[in-house]
Design a protein around this ligand. Structure first.
Ligand SMILES: Cc1cc2nc3c(=O)[nH]c(=O)nc-3n(C[C@H](O)[C@H](O)[C@H](O)COP(=O)(O)OP(=O)(O)OC[C@H]3O[C@@H](n4cnc5c(N)ncnc54)[C@H](O)[C@@H]3O)c2cc1C
Length: 247
């Protein structure tokens, strides 16, 4: 999979601070420089002041200002299973590649067998991988080799049969019914910083499924570059605690 930050609010932490300061200032933030808006916040310089205010907001559960900072991500090559999970989040906006208008008629099933077009879960190839809800622990290499053979055979056959249905004139929107849930999809998704923290609470957690967890970790890495004070605080003080969205 690949995750890129396509576009995001410039100076997100300035906007977050302006939103928050608005709540407690008599003066109108629209008439002030950022320095004036932050004048009474503790800190030697503007960076320290941002750290003070953002830390205060997050520690007090004042998450509203974090909704002003938005980010758009492009995600390549996740399974439709992972897509089904992330699209449950109602405050995230999505564009998902269509299987009605984009068909997989050019893909060679032999390449599918080698890992193209369908995501291969680690439990199909790694004897040391122990997934959640797995009935047995580590398995021997022979068993994993058999798993891999069954998995690869099954996905390659699905694609072959899908293409056969297309050749028989079936529309892609119907032929796709035989494709595996592991079929890759690309999507663009956007969310604000508050929602990003909520998604991370749920999807980067230890009990989340491995693929959505990996995707969320990548999103978090990009968020840390985009909105550094916020996501450093999140990482140090809030992660893995199933924080609740508060007013
Ligand atoms: C480990 C894990 C396992 C899961 N297993 C399943 C499963 O087996 N089956 C299944 O169906 N789902 C499952 N889910 C999905 C889960 O139930 C949620 O639907 C999904 O994570 C969306 O998160 P959310 O409920 O916080 O809502 P979001 O859409 O992310 O909304 C964010 C917050 O806004 C508020 N909100 C949004 N809409 C409403 C509303 N209509 N009413 C009241 N408050 C609202 C809530 O506070 C919510 O937490 C699983 C999720 C996880 C993380």
């Amino acid at each position: 999979m690949e995750v890129q930050l396509l576009e995001a609010t410039e100076n997100p932490e300035e906007i977050i601070c302006k939103g928050a300061r608005n709540d407690y200032s008599e003066a109108f933030v629209g008439d002030q420089s950022f320095e004036e808006t932050m004048a009474t916040v503790d800190g030697e310089d503007i960076e320290e002041k941002k750290e003070t205010l953002i830390g205060h907001l997050l520690s007090h559960g004042h998450y509203g200002p974090f909704e002003h900072a938005n980010a758009v991500f492009a995600v390549k090559g996740i399974s439709r299973s992972c897509m089904a999970q992330i699209t449950r989040h109602r405050h995230v906006s999505f564009d998902v590649r269509s299987m009605r208008y984009v068909s997989f008629d050019e893909v060679d099933p032999a390449d599918v067998r080698e890992g193209e077009m369908v995501v291969t879960p680690p439990s199909a190839t790694d004897p040391d991988w122990v997934g959640r809800n797995q009935k047995t622990g580590q398995v021997d290499e022979e068993t994993v080799a058999e798993r891999e053979e069954v998995f690869r055979e099954s996905v390659a056959r699905s694609v072959e049969e899908y293409q056969r249905l297309l050749d028989l004139g079936m529309p892609p929107e119907d032929a796709r019914f035989v494709l595996p849930i592991g079929t890759e999809v690309n999507m663009v998704m956007s969310m604000n910083a508050r929602m990003l923290m909520h998604v991370a609470d749920m999807r980067a957690a230890a009990d989340a499924q491995w693929e959505i967890r990996e995707m969320t970790e990548r999103v978090l890495d990009l968020a840390a570059e985009w909105c550094p004070i916020t996501f450093e605080y999140y990482d140090e003080h809030m992660r893995n605690r199933k924080n609740r969205l508060a007013p």
